[in-house]
Structures are given as structure tokens and as C-alpha cells.
Ligand binder design. Structure first.
Ligand code: ADP
Ligand code: GLC
Length: 511
């Protein structure tokens, strides 16, 4: 199939979180199964022309916006051998240091930037002549694409046979903006109702995507179930309920070509399930890098995380305080985010010198060293659509301690020291007490060398591979594509939806 994968971030070009990892690994896994996949994303300032071999394709790209038209360029990179990446370049919107914010607050023109991107992505497809069977949209930044597809582009023969899929990676971010930006979309004002794009008198990008996409997915089965409840779906819970017949949970995988202690270029010693000795050198390198004591016996716990309320990091800091007092524990944090939470960790560092290390910022290499050097990975999320680090940790023999929510619940199996089964630890309620007790129990297990070795072995054996996940996406795409071919409720009669000439990839006039 021909798949246009639209996203606001993809590794290695631009990354703030797991969406970037997925936006690389899933397209590659699909391409390896024989599909023709193109990634479409904004060209941010950090996407270096030379490094990624960007070259302009086609002429200037006209993107209708508000009362006029903005001009952009489409650049192509073949840096990912299996998947061409098309970047929409517009310096005013994307030539900035951050993706969504300046490090403190969200850009004031995010509505305009991503309205432009949604419209630009569809225009770029037409301009490049890539006729998609599936347009796969990811998170709110692409939420208007399904809306455009079913409205302004509904009579456009170029998209006549294509279907849209909306994947929710995080319903905590919905793209909610004041109604005054709505005119920029050029959508019919009649769609701005409570049954449509309006959301408490504001516009909601994600809601648009959910209502208009042919299929909706999220990144784990458990989160799919959770989203229908107000606790997790927030004020969109009823919309998730409404689309439940076309809503699927497909759990993310791991790109084992990048996250593998046997071949990881970022770590000082390689190791495997059979020969795990190298982990000790990684541990020592991590202790050194984080400026804590080189202690070979103390259990070393840590997190790599956006330091936000979602991740439960505030409760973690509170639970660590008595734990560090009661146990010979070490803790290291790699993250950036909300200062009020980071302050609590800084306080721990002050109280327990030599035992707490903090790296505030973003560092891809250090994140790999963390996975390899830690004994315990802490992920006490309030909610977690999927979560990747718990799965990365397992591959490195680092045992995850997670809250039983979303994808964490789907991927971590509680360790049972009788049957010697399981790959990590889980707790249900996000309280300081529950977290304290679970970490304490894990530390007890850590000191029981034989069963700890078995637990590590179990964790390292688990595989959540993208090649399996890609098969699930493929099945869903096929079903959605077949259903789109017979659909008529959007006013496109079957006969008139003949496909444009795919083989020649001819350019089509703009709508
Ligand atoms: P989320 O997308 O909600 O942040 P995930 O677990 O899905 O959570 O993915 C997070 C990804 O971002 C992982 O690849 C993780 O290693 C990476 N990451 C998060 N914070 C940092 C950081 N400060 N430095 C390097 N990598 C980070
Ligand atoms: C989001 C979620 C995270 C998920 C990632 C990739 O950022 O918070 O749980 O793993 O997207 O799907």
C-alpha cells in the first residue's frame, strides 16, 4: 500500500519524546513489509541540510491559509534508506529552536503553524504526485488532516480512494486554541459546533481528527479502554466513546536495531543476556558521568523523562526521600520539564550528596547509557499511552518499576519469585506509600542475586518488536482502505472516485 505518514517529529531529525521514535520505526517496519511509505513533517531549524542531505523537490508549494496563500518548499531526505522523508519548509513557522515551545512557553502561533502544516501536508502530496492509500496522522498537530480530507478535498479525485487514520499518542495534548484562529483553516464555519470542531467555544484539533478519520488508533490496548473514561479521555471521553466502533489499540514496539546492548554505539561495553558482565562497566560509567559515588553494591535506580505531571515525577521525588534515607539506594535523572518538580529532585541531591545525580536537558547518548547502566528504571506515570523506556529497559536487563496504567500495564508482567516469571514490578495507586513499598520490595529482590539474575534474563528475553506491530497496522489499513472504497456518506459517489494515474505520479491542479 502507499502510506503517507504525517507527524510533527521523527527520529533522528527532531525528537521531544516517543512520538519521534514511533515515527521512524513504524514507517521503516512497514516499508520492510513491502509498503511504499513517505514521512511528511515540518522542517525545523535543527534539521540540518548537509547532515540529512536535504534537497528541494518540485517548485514552490502554495498552501491556502486564512484569506490567502503562504508559500513553502518541499525538501526530501533519503537519510532513512527505506523511507523518503518530505519536509515542509517555511522559515517563519518552523525555523526556530524549539518544536512547540521556546523552552518555557508554547509558541503563541502554534494554531497557525499546525493549520499550515496540515494543509501543507495534503498540498505536498499532490505536488509530489504521491497518491496515498492511507494518510496516517499522529497526534493533534496533524488532527486537521482528516477534517480537510473529508471536507475541502472531498471532491478532489487525487485523494478519492484514500482513507485516513488518526493515532492518539497522548490525549493530554489536544491542540485547543481560541476560536479566532478558526478562519485560518478555511473550513466551513458550520463545522464549528459542539458536534464538530468546537470544544467549549474553542477549536480542538484532536477532536477534529477523531471525528473525521476513517479509523482511530492509540498506542496500547489498555489506554484504548482508558480513553473512554473522563479520568484519561478528559473532556473527549464521550468522543472516544462515539468512535469506539472504529477505534483500535495497537501497542508500540521497540526498534531493536537502535536499542540493543549487544550493538549500542553509545555505551562503553557491550553485553548480552548470556554474557551480562559488560553491564557493570556501563553502570560505573553512568555513576561517573552523573557525578555520584562509584558504588558497585548500591542498587542504582533512575528515570529518563519529560519531567511533567503526566509522568508522576512529583510523587516519585516525594517517595525517594524516605527511600534514600532508609536504603543504600542511588538515583539518577535525565530529563527536562517543569521546574517545580525538578526543584524537588535538586533538594534530594542536596540532602543525599554523592547518591543523587541530575542531568537537566536532553541527551540521546546519555539516555542509552542510562538504560544500560541502571539496575531499576522508575516510571510511575499518572497515565501512559504506551511508554517506550520500560521496554528499552528490559532489553538492557534494567528492571522497570511502573504504575499499572496504559501501555505500562500491557507490557510489564509482575515478577513472581515463586514461579520465577515476570519482567518487572507494577503498582496500582499513584501514592508515595505505594511507590515506596514497591521500590523497597524491588530492592529486596535485587539483593537476592539468583532470582534477580533470572528476572533480568526474563526481561532481556521479552520482545516487543515493530515487525509484529506493523502487521497489526497493516491489517487495520487494509480494512479501512476497503471500507473507504465503498463509503458514500461523505458525498463521493463510488463511480466518480476513479483513481488518478498513480504510476506516472503526475502533478494535479490544486483544489
Ligand atoms: P513520552 O513520549 O511520553 O515522552 P515515551 O516513553 O514514549 O514517553 O518516550 C520517551 C522517549 O524520549 C524515549 O526515547 C526516551 O529515551 C526519550 N527521552 C525523554 N527524555 C529524554 C531526555 N531528557 N534525553 C534524551 N532522551 C529523552
Ligand atoms: C506519547 C506517550 C507515550 C508513547 C509515545 C509514543 O508521547 O506519552 O506513552 O509511548 O507517545 O506512542
Amino acid at each position: 500500500m502507499k502510506i503517507a505518514f504525517t507527524t510533527s517529529e521523527a527520529y533522528p531529525f527532531a525528537k521531544t519524546g516517543g512520538l519521534a521514535d514511533v515515527s521512524n520505526a513504524l514507517p521503516v517496519a512497514l516499508a520492510r513489509r513491502g509498503h511504499d511509505v513517505r514521512i511528511i513533517m515540518p522542517r525545523y531549524y535543527m534539521v540540518d541540510r548537509e547532515r540529512y542531505g536535504l534537497r528541494v523537490i518540485g517548485g514552490p508549494l502554495g498552501v491556502p491559509l486564512g484569506g490567502g496563500e503562504k508559500w513553502a518548499a518541499v525538501l526530501e531526505s533519503r537519510h532513512i534508506p527505506e523511507v523518503p522523508v518530505y519536509f515542509i519548509e517555511h522559515d517563519l513557522y518552523f525555523g526556530r529552536d524549539g518544536l512547540y515551545d521556546d523552552g518555557h512557553s508554547a509558541y503563541a502561533d502554534n494554531a497557525e503553524r499546525f493549520i499550515f502544516f496540515c494543509r501543507g501536508a495534503l498540498q505536498a502530496l499532490k505536488d509530489t504526485g504521491f497518491v496515498p492509500d492511507i494518510i496516517h496522522c499522529n497526534d493533534w498537530q496533524t488532527g486537521l488532516i482528516p477534517v480537510y480530507h473529508k471536507t475541502l478535498y472531498k471532491e478532489d479525485r487525487f485523494f478519492g480512494g484514500s482513507a485516513t487514520v488518526m493515532t492518539v499518542h497522548n490525549a493530554g495534548y489536544q491542540g485547543v486554541f481560541p476560536a479566532e484562529h478558526y478562519h485560518l483553516t478555511q473550513l466551513d464555519p458550520g463545522l464549528f459546533t459542539d458536534d464538530g470542531l468546537a470544544f467549549f467555544n474553542q477549536m480542538n484539533f484532536l477532536k477534529g481528527g477523531l471525528l473525521y478519520a476513517d479509523a482511530v488508533t492509540t498506542v496500547s490496548r489498555k489506554y484504548a479502554a482508558e480513553l473512554g473514561t473522563p479520568e484519561f479521555g478528559y473532556d473527549l471521553a464521550d468522543v472516544f466513546q462515539k468512535v469506539k466502533d472504529r477505534f483500535h489499540g495497537i501497542t508500540n514496539g521497540v526498534d531493536y536495531s537502535k536499542w540493543n546492548p549487544e550493538s549500542d554505539p553509545f555505551i562503553p561495553a557491550r553485553y548480552s543476556r548470556e554474557k551480562i558482565d559488560g553491564k557493570r562497566a556501563c553502570r560505573e560509567a553512568l555513576q561517573q558521568r552523573m557525578g555520584i559515588e562509584i558504588d558497585p553494591t548500591a542498587p542504582l535506580a533512575g528515570s529518563i523523562s519529560r519531567v511533567t505531571y503526566q509522568k508522576g515525577m512529583d510523587v516519585l521525588a516525594d517517595a525517594l526521600r524516605p527511600l534514600l534515607a532508609d536504603e543504600n539506594l542511588q538515583f539518577v535523572l535525565l530529563g527536562q520539564g517543569e521546574e517545580w518538580i525538578l526543584d524537588r529532585f535538586r533538594e534530594l541531591k542536596r540532602l543525599f550528596p554523592g547518591r543523587v545525580g541530575i542531568f537537566r536537558g536532553y541527551d540521546e547518548g546519555l539516555s542509552h547509557l542510562m538504560e544500560a547502566g541502571l539496575d531499576l528504571y522508575l516510571m510511575p506515570s499518572r497515565y501512559e499511552p504506551c511508554g517506550l523506556n520500560q521496554m528499552y529497559s528490559m532489553r538492557y536487563g534494567t528492571i522497570p518499576i511502573v504504575r499499572a496504567t496504559g501501555g505500562l500495564d500491557d507490557t510489564v508482567l509482575e515478577w513472581d519469585d515463586k514461579s520465577l516469571r515476570g519482567n518487572g514490578f507494577k503498582f496500582a495507586e499513584l501514592t508515595e506509600k505505594a511507590l515506596y513499598e514497591k521500590i523497597r520490595y524491588a530492592i529486596r529482590c535485587f539483593y537476592t542475586t539468583r532470582s534477580w539474575k533470572k528476572l533480568q534474563k526474563n526481561a532481556m528475553e521479552f520482545r516487543y518488536s515493530w515487525s509484529d506491530t506493523a502487521v497489526e497496522y497493516e491489517k487495520m489499513y487494509e480494512a479501512v482502505y476497503a471500507a473507504a472504497a465503498t463509503r458514500d456518506e461523505h458525498g463521493v459517489p463510488e463511480k466518480s472516485r476513479s483513481r488518478p494515474d498513480r504510476a506516472k505520479g503526475r502533478r494535479k491542479p490544486k483544489p
